[in-house]
Ligand binder design. Structure first.
Ligand code: GDP
Ligand code: K
Ligand code: MG
Length: 298
């Protein structure tokens, strides 16, 4: 009805937390169907990962923030944290995810990056690991004192426990907006894009300074079949030294990057994935505008 249309809600929900608290699992479970995954370009050459879930009354646009997931405390990460802070200040809702019963300095560092003026839901994940649920009450009370959270929701992303309640809490906080994305704006292209995004995230994770600024991932071939997905990717770098950084000693680093990327793709696409990654030196591509356009950067 018209009235319903007037009240449609749509907005960006950033999911943050230290590594391994279950952010990606939570996002995947919240968006449910793999096909609802889509993506769009951010203002910079760095893309954001998004999952979109649309129902009759609202469109939820989730942003996963890979910036927190890298384990090196270097200039790149400081820059990434800045990017994360920008992402957070433009989000409509923030989900601050912690591990049930565990709260340490790494969690606090993430909380410190969250702007006070964006409604933030404290998500206490992995409640399935806690046998005595009563133990969670003092834990949640301790955390409640840290910030004026819009809500505190204990969940188990893995067991889908309380995810509907979490979704309702998010829904109330979304602004009234028409949908920004068409609900069926989903094609192979987005999976192809996600494949590049996943590889990029793993490269961030496994390499140190500078490298990601001048490297990019190009999906040269993407074959999506019912029972398998084949992905051939090239990582373009500017110098031989950069290539060596990605490949690592006896190819070990590239092997780890490939394995982790493949496992993530399998989770996301729901089929076994065959993945090959090459590293190629393309001198000067990052400075060359035509080159950038050819790789999809406007
Ligand atoms: P991220 O680094 O924050 O994105 O965390 P991931 O989503 O990759 O999850 C890290 C690990 O925690 C994985 O092994 C998940 O399977 C696991 N995990 C995520 N959610 C839950 C949960 O609700 N319960 C339990 N027991 N494990 C979970
Ligand atoms: K992880
Ligand atoms: Mg993750």
């Amino acid at each position: 009805t018209d009235q319903k249309d007037n009240h449609f809600r749509c907005g960006y929900i950033a999911i943050v937390g230290r590594p391994n608290v279950g952010k990606s699992t939570l996002m995947n479970e919240l968006i449910g169907a793999k096909v609802s995954i889509t993506s769009r370009k951010a203002q910079t050459t760095r893309h954001r990962i998004m999952g979109i879930q649309t129902d009759d009354d609202a469109q939820f646009i989730y942003i996963d923030t890979p910036g927190f997931q890298t384990r090196y405390n270097n200039a790149l990460n400081k820059n990434l944290n800045r990017t994360v802070r920008d992402t957070l200040s433009t989000a409509d809702v923030i989900l601050f995810v912690v591990d049930a019963g565990v709260y340490g300095q790494a969690d606090q560092q993430v909380l410190d990056l969250i702007p006070e003026n964006v409604p933030t839901i404290l998500v206490v994940n992995k409640t399935d690991k806690v046998k005595e649920k009563a133990e969670l009450i003092p834990f949640a009370e301790k955390l409640a004192a840290l910030r004026d959270f819009a809500a505190i929701v204990p969940v188990s992303a893995r067991q889908r426990f309380q995810l509907n309640r979490l979704e309702e809490e998010i829904r109330h906080l979304l602004p009234e907006n028409p949908p920004f994305f068409s609900p069926d704006d989903v094609t192979d292209r987005s999976e192809r894009f996600m494949a590049a995004e996943i590889i990029r995230e793993k490269i961030f994770r496994y390499t140190g300074d500078e490298l990601p600024y001048t490297s990019t991932v190009v999906i040269e071939q993407f074959e999506r079949k019912e029972k398998i997905c084949r992905v051939f990717a090239a990582v373009l770098v500017e110098r031989e030294a950069h290539k060596a950084m990605i490949i690592g000693h006896k190819g070990e680093k590239l092997k780890e990057i490939s394995t982790e990327a493949r496992l993530d793709m399998e989770k996301m696409f729901g089929v076994p994935v065959y993945l090959e990654i090459w590293v190629k030196v393309k001198s000067g591509w990052a400075d060359n505008e035509a080159g950038l356009r050819a790789y999809g950067y406007e």
